[in-house]
Design a binder for this molecule. Structure first.
Ligand code: 6R9
Length: 651
């Protein structure tokens, strides 16, 4: 990564909000000033937008840092806030979810419908012996039952652990065991590109290898796929839910009651289960969903294209929008089924006003061409959001012009699984937007870009992004491993949160996010750990050693590229098959298809320093087709030349 970024000192074209946009905005004009004048009072005001069964008197308790307590003596019910209170306020007829299945089937769910479903599901979970504090693993496709299951857990104080539907059996087992989940909720199948993925079979495989804590598996019927039910353990969702009462009273839980665990990749091989709690998380997801997207809940149709299995789906498909009583779209399938116009057809059909997606998707559409969106009426759109990775200025401008008709603000939102909600994002009614930059911390958040010694960097310099003050939706630790939380995020600069991202400050003092500075890769906005993929490769019987790097990729941002040294004893077996292909498939089976390396290169040796550290920097240069950097510290400088020669000859 460069330590100086010249363009940050140059003029860039900015896009101020139109006078009409400012005039119509529901976001208070003095938000930045209010947060600046009294940060904690400002957050307390945001929290009071929620319904508290017992109002809080204490805003922040940081005495147990880095585990915060926000609104600690208050009590609330997260599901009540997301559903019941909108019905109680007379908005039961408002559509909560326009759901569209990949084959084209649809369901329209009002807040009153959702309330009925969540109450029944809560009763069903209780009838299966799930109580407050129990962990429920959810391995489901993008169907309404996924949202219902999450809210039902929240309603009874159970802790959900949603596992993205692309994960393998081993990844499921690992997560279920780590959290001792009592119940797994899955479906007979998931429909992707017209094909059925047998999710239940994957769960069966996961549970056959361990995960003894699981008492029951609840199976939602979605794909009419034949599944085997294990007697005494497996139950159909529709059978169980038919037997319970329609009435369920939402009980209050303390603000710091755990809400969910979500696993994400870090720099080590083992995924971390980030723990989020109730009051602070809901406060910040609801607040940011309102201000970053300029939300008008009565009129807007919001659509976040993320899968519920990632944090973006948790915060901006479930909790933020529903806490705000918004109407939203939920789509089950892939963007290219039956053709690349599908997303635009959905925007047209439901008159989506706010659309939130990842730069990877935008770049794929840029590649496919503007004639695809041009076939659809996208004039309902008024705000567009971006998340997951840095958005390059070209993609930003294309998004605004081609999807947004040259009229919509583009809100680039930087945040992480660990932060729970948006941290850096311009408020579109109040900031002149800069293509490619997330620009400013949201009101209430304090950040600083620092050098290696923790000193604030000058404009034009590259540094490390830190967050200086605690915030309501911050993770409350890594499940079962408090020390790892402190070590990973709070030890580099004592008392300050280190995000793992590089950032630069421009001459206006605004922020540009520049990607990870550690061994975490970002492929299509999915976080992957180099170590995790290396461990998977080394698990294969052919492999002696492996090094994985995130190479530049025009569409997906980064791509996984692996360099592998084979065991001598296996060379004959390896020569008899297409080994790179075998290893790519192995990683896909082991972790999930989204982790499959783009390329696997077989090499004789990996470049190492004299102390034995693999020089991934050099491999990254090679994978990017760049001139190889300084090789002075290598034990044998010819290693890189041999590797590069092998790559061009297509080894
Ligand atoms: C929400 C989410 C977090 C990592 C983060 C950073 C990258 C996310 C970004 C961005 C630049 C943005 N990231 N949003 N980088 N600009 N607007 O993606 O969470 O999956 O935990 O990933 O994603 O590198 O550290 P998560």
């Amino acid at each position: 990564m460069p330590d100086k970024i010249d363009h940050l000192l140059e003029d860039v074209e900015t896009f101020p909000p139109s006078a009409e946009f400012v005039a119509a905005s529901p976001v208070p004009a003095d938000l930045y000033e209010r947060a600046e004048a009294d940060r904690l009072g400002f957050w307390a005001d945001q929290a009071r937008e929620l319904h508290w069964h017992t109002p809080f008197t204490e805003t922040l308790d940081w005495s147990g840092a880095p585990i915060a307590r926000w609104f600690g003596d208050g009590e609330l019910n997260v599901a009540y806030n997301c559903v019941d209170r909108h019905v109680a306020a007379g908005n039961g007829d408002r559509i909560a979810i326009h759901w569209e299945g990949e084959p084209g089937d649809t369901r329209t769910i009002t807040y009153a419908d959702l309330l009925g479903e969540v109450k029944r599901a809560a009763n069903m979970l209780e009838s299966l012996g799930v109580t407050a504090g129990d962990v429920v693993a959810i391995y489901l496709p993008m169907i309404p039952e996924t949202v219902i299951a999450m809210l039902a857990c929240a309603r009874i104080g159970a802790v959900h652990s949603v596992i993205f539907g692309g994960f393998s059996a081993d990844s499921i087992r690992q997560r279920v065991e780590d959290a001792s989940a009592k119940l797994v909720i899955t479906s007979d199948g998931s429909i992707r590109k017209g094909k059925v993925l047998a999710l239940k079979n994957t769960v069966d495989e996961a549970l056959s290898k361990g995960a003894a804590s699981v008492k029951h598996v609840l199976v939602v019927k979605r794909a009419d796929n034949e599944v085997a039910l294990q007697k005494g353990r497996d139950l159909w969702w529709h059978d169980e839910i038919a037997q319970v009462s329609d009435e369920h009273v939402a009980k209050p839980f303390p603000s710091e009651h755990p809400l969910f665990i979500l696993y994400t990749s870090g720099t080590t091989g083992k995924p971390k289960g980030l723990l989020h709690t109730s009051g602070g998380y809901l406060t910040q997801t609801a607040y940011t969903h309102r201000v970053a997207f300029d939300l008008r809940p009565e009129e807007d149709v919001f659509w976040c294209s993320a899968d519920v299995g990632w944090v973006t789906g948790h915060s901006y498909l479930v909790y933020g929008p529903l806490a705000n009583g918004a109407t939203q779209v939920m789509y089950e399938g892939t963007p290219d089924t039956p053709d690349l116009g599908r997303w635009f057809k959905i925007i047209q059909d439901y008159k989506v006003t706010i659309f939130y997606t990842a730069p990877t998707a935008i770049r794929s559409y840029m590649k496919a061409g503007r004639q695809i969106p041009a076939k659809y009426d996208l004039s309902s759109l008024r705000v567009l959001g971006s998340v997951g990775e840095p958005i390059n200025p070209e993609a930003w401008l294309w998004y605004r012009e081609v999807i947004g008709g040259g009229r919509t603000p583009i809100v680039d939102t930087w945040w992480q699984t660990e932060t729970g909600a948006h941290m850096i994002a311009p408020i579109p009614s109040q900031v002149a937007l800069k293509p490619g930059a997330a620009q400013r911390p949201i009101p209430g958040i304090v950040v600083e870009v620092v050098d290696d010694d923790g000193n604030r960097v000058d404009p034009g310099q590259m540094g490390l992004l830190t967050i200086c003050e605690p915030w309501p939706s911050m993770a409350r630790g890594i499940y079962g491993d408090p020390e790892r939380f402190a070590d990973t995020y709070w030890s580099r600069f004592p008392g300050v949160y280190f995000a793992g991202d590089g950032a630069g400050v421009d001459r206006d003092g605004e922020l540009w996010l520049l990607g990870r500075v550690d061994d975490v890769m970002n492929v299509s906005g999915h976080r992957l750990s180099t170590t995790e993929i290396e461990s998977s490769l080394v698990d294969h019987e052919f492999v002696a050693e492996a090094a994985v790097v995130g190479a530049k990729d025009e569409t997906t941002g980064q791509a996984v590229v692996a360099f592998v040294v084979l065991k001598r004893s296996k060379s004959e077996e390896a020569a008899a098959v297409d080994t790179p292909q075998v290893l790519r498939r192995h990683v896909a089976d082991d972790i999930g298809a989204f982790a499959r390396p783009r390329e696997v290169y077989l090499v004789d040796e990996l470049p190492k320093t004299r102390s034995g550290k693999i020089m991934r920097r050099l491999l990254r240069d090679a994978a990017d087709g760049k001139q190889i950097g300084d090789t002075a510290t290598l034990t044998d400088a010819s290693v890189m030349a041999t590797i590069q020669a092998g790559m061009t000859s297509g080894a």
